[in-house]
Design a protein around this ligand. Sequence first.
Ligand code: AMP
Ligand code: MG
Length: 425
Amino acid sequence: MKTIAQIAAALQGYDPQALSADQVQDFLSLLVEPVIETETIGIFDALGRVLAQDVVSPISVPPHDNSAMDGFAFDGGQLQAGQPLVLRCRGTAFAGQAWAGDAGAGDCVKIMTGAIMPAGMDTVVPVEFVQIAGDQVTIPADVLCQGDNRRLLGEDLMAGQPALVRGQGLEPAALGLVASLGLATVQVFRRLKVAYFSTGDEILSLGEAPREGAVYDSNRYTVFGLLTKLGVEVIDLGVVKDEPVALETAFRQAAAQADAIITSGGVSMGEADHTKAMMKQLGDVAFWRIAMRPGRPMAVGKITEDGRSAVLFGLPGNPVAVMVTFLAFVRPALLQMMGAQLREPVLLQAHSAEALRKKPGRTEYQRGIVSRGADGTLSVRTTGNQGSGVLRSMVEANGLIVLHHRQGNVAVGDVVDVMMFDSTP
Ligand code: AMP
Ligand code: MG
């Protein structure tokens, strides 16, 4: 793992006191490394995991040309424009077995969906298209073309082709695809372990009595949710008081077991607390001021314990800032550590339903509610109060309006980018 100084030297214009959101992402992509250990697991355990190896198809899917419809198979070369075609039915081809009979010109075979196409036949007429009289089947003129309603051998996958590639996340469709190849297991990267704790003397754990000046810990729960959705193993270290011994114990415990440590609180400028001091003492850590809103302060680096290093993400304390910095920076960095191929999140474009004040020179993430108007266009309005402590704004929103670094004020009707919460890959 590279040191903070090495990464800083490699980045043009690096100023820890004034980093842009893009520079933060560049820095983190140089700091983190993918896990190397892999394991082979069954498909039912593989949802959300990341493939460590290409999956090469051992078979062709489908393995034979087969019928896509219930109907009659025949040689489509006999079709002539403007002419009905009269055929004689010679038997039935059932799904899962080859039809053993003999048929030639002027013949057809009744066929079930999925049944192997009889030799010499390449077209299926659906049963609802034909007139049947005894063994005579009449296809009206101009209802189909040669090759219709036939699925070709290997049209889903050809034997020897990579069906899935290393770094791909295993979503439900991928699980089914693996099974369709006859494979029961996949090789995946081991699950990432991420330790989390909240810091601050004013933070109450659930079950504690309310007291003046104190707030209940919410970050621990939002971070738990964000991490769990990502598919990592979460190590919950609770709320840690702002005392050197407690902090040192928590950081050492976290670094000894986890690949990454996430904390919240205690990294703002001028905080007279021990969190930053302990990060400095135990690790190689940079303290940043990011040109963004919400979420200006952040500490990043690594903490080493027993010869193992864990990446540290010291997030600000405000509940919205925690979620925004997680989505903007921590999530892509963790995906990289999980071995996942990074896909840029798809930003949606929507017309702003309100004027938004925005200063160029920082990135703003406003909580937005995107809706589709009667004319089909997307519009977005904010959730109102954008204070970084207003967690309700994250609950009401369905995405973050991303006002980019150079962008200025937004007028009603202007198009803005939105990072949707459930379309982020
Ligand atoms: P800090 O960054 O430590 O100055 O915290 C900024 C604000 O976030 C303060 O108002 C804290 O009370 C609040 N805060 C810090 N940690 C948490 C937490 N775990 N849950 C809820 N609020 C928090
Ligand atoms: Mg604090």
